[in-house]
Design a protein around this ligand. Structure first.
Ligand code: NAD
Length: 298
């Protein structure tokens, strides 16, 4: 069994980005700039935004966090998005999800300029992704593709089962694995909570991507010998003996499944670190696109 080390891979990627930024700034260009909008006090959201901010610093990006009151109206939030759309020195920005219940997430995401949508959630980018056109890819699926690529895992013609159909992980993952590309060209089954006989389906899979949000959901009896296992889950499981009072567990029962897997991602240290790094990759791409556009308009 080979561990798919997301921590190490993302460190390599960050080093590559750092070198590119260094070259750009040494040539007199400004740094790439990522902004994050966060609404309210959700502790997990605050942790995610803080880690994105930290990652920007590591690769030499400029980073701005805009913290807004939980009570902000949908209209005022949209105004804030329009302000970021217009701000020339911001290459990309994200709206940290989830938003408070009085705000319509889809309506808000539609207001983001697709050229600055580094999360890849805007229908324009999502549609382009489905049509094999260049676009910003959602960071978590993009990170999984990069892990598969860097570990040289062949996916062509492979039976791939995605568990979970969320708009940010499962659904885009299923699209990306079926695209005419490498990684891709797989035979994909997208499963979800209404799927019947899930075990029969996963037992036939060469590659399983679990994005459910249920600790230890995928057990060894559901997995074929030699399968590749990607665990997206990040679940806080209460553990009084742990320093923080909880431990992080994936959607895969790692200890038993690793005995059958050919490749497997750990939690933590697998998909998680890749996600933040791919957001940086998208921001660098947005920066380059903006520069190209500016050059074209001269
Ligand atoms: P979600 O809650 O939006 O979606 C969960 C999906 O799982 C749904 O489509 C649902 O149909 C499916 N599901 C639930 N129970 C099922 C069952 N019994 N059988 C089959 N399918 C079932 O979740 P999400 O946002 O995709 O996140 C999933 C997990 O991944 C969570 O633990 C989340 O914290 C984690 N996550 C990690 C990263 C990362 O960077 N590693 C990024 C995003 C999400």
């Amino acid at each position: 069994m080979t561990l798919l080390d997301g921590k190490k891979t993302s460190a390599t990627l960050k080093e590559e980005i750092t070198q590119e930024v260094l070259q750009l700034t040494q040539n007199g260009n400004r740094k790439p700039h990522l902004a994050a909008l966060i609404v309210g006090d959700n502790p997990a959201s605050k942790t995610y935004v803080a880690s994105k901010d930290r990652a920007c610093g590591q690769v030499g990006f400029h980073s701005t966090i805009i913290a807004l009151e939980e009570s902000i109206s949908e209209q005022d939030l949209i105004r804030e998005i329009h302000r970021l759309n217009d701000q020339k020195d911001i290459d990309g920005f994200i709206v940290q999800l989830p938003l408070p219940p009085h705000i319509d997430e889809q309506k808000v995401l539609l207001e983001i300029d697709p050229d600055k949508d580094v999360d890849g959630f805007h229908p324009m980018n999502f549609g382009k992704m489905a049509l094999d056109l260049p676009s910003f890819l959602p960071a978590t699926p993009y990170g999984i593709l990069e892990l598969l690529k860097r570990y040289n895992i062949q996916t062509e013609g492979k039976n791939t089962v995605v568990i979970g159909r969320s708009h940010i992980v499962g659904r885009p993952m299923s699209i990306l694995m079926s695209r005419k590309s490498n990684p891709g060209n797989a035979t994909v089954t997208l499963t979800h909570r209404h799927t019947k006989n899930l075990k029969e389906i996963t037992q036939k899979a060469d590659l399983i991507i679990a994005a459910i949000g249920s600790p230890g959901f995928l057990t060894a009896d559901m997995v074929k010998e030699g399968a590749v296992i990607i665990d997206v889950g990040i679940n806080r499981v209460i553990d009084k003996s742990a320093k923080r009072g909880y431990v992080l567990k994936g959607d895969v029962d790692f200890e038993t499944v690793k005995e059958k897997a050919s490749f497997i991602t750990p939690v933590p240290g697998g998909v998680g670190p890749m996600t933040v790094t791919m957001l940086l990759k998208n921001t660098l791409l947005a920066y380059k696109n903006h520069r190209q556009k500016a050059a074209d308009s001269l």
